[in-house]
Ligand binder design. Structure first.
Ligand SMILES: [Zn+2]
Length: 191
């Protein structure tokens, strides 16, 4: 795991997209916490298990998975981790549409891209990639809800739960005033 200036340790997990990785932020203390959960691929599963092992921890000890927003690259492994650990999976409280409920969104986006002149081969590639990663989201059991203004203990500090809509309605952020550090998911990113 690379050195990080973050008060939380980060792990870059490749996605099925050739240009993008997802940064998982992790508190290796107790309760053992993973923020965002990458795609559900054999590579991602192996990276997460290895990172935990390097810290003397195991998957079965994960107590919390906090998902900034349920896009496949952030939700993918949450159900897999939950099944193996009994971890609570937290998202901002909302009537979410889950990745497995959104196949019509691929067609809506294809129509939008077509209307704006994107070549059909690009539309097909983008649609295919999106369908593929939606299929890679592990089934998720019970979800626990977070609300804006709530606080969480992470890495020995207190973080404030923020609602940061834009990239996705209901996207959450975590802000630590003491460290002037924020976990922002995709608020400033592409995926
Ligand atoms: Zn996203």
């Amino acid at each position: 795991m690379p050195a990080s200036r973050s008060p939380l340790e980060t792990l870059a997990v490749p996605t099925t997209h050739p240009l993008w990785a997802v940064n998982l932020a992790t508190d290796f203390g107790d309760p053992l916490t993973i923020i965002d959960a990458a795609v559900n691929t054999a590579t991602a599963r192996a990276l997460v298990e290895r990172a935990l092992k390097e810290r003397g921890r195991s998957l079965s000890e994960v107590a919390r998975v906090i998902v900034t927003h349920p896009h496949p690259r952030h939700l993918g492994l949450a159900g897999w981790i939950q099944t193996r650990s009994g971890a609570a999976v937290f998202l901002l409280e909302r009537d979410w549409r889950w990745p497995w409920e959104e196949s019509e969104r691929t067609e809506q986006q294809a129509t939008y891209l077509r209307e704006h002149g994107l070549p059909e081969r690009w539309i097909a590639a983008i649609s295919g990639e999106q369908e593929e990663i939606r299929g890679q989201v592990a089934p998720l059991g019970q979800v626990s809800w977070l609300r804006p203004g709530q606080t969480l203990a992470l890495g020995g500090s207190t973080y404030l739960v923020l609602a940061l809509p834009g990239h996705e309605d209901g996207h959450l952020g975590l802000w630590c005033p003491e460290r002037r550090f924020a976990v922002l998911g995709d608020v400033l990113g592409p995926g």
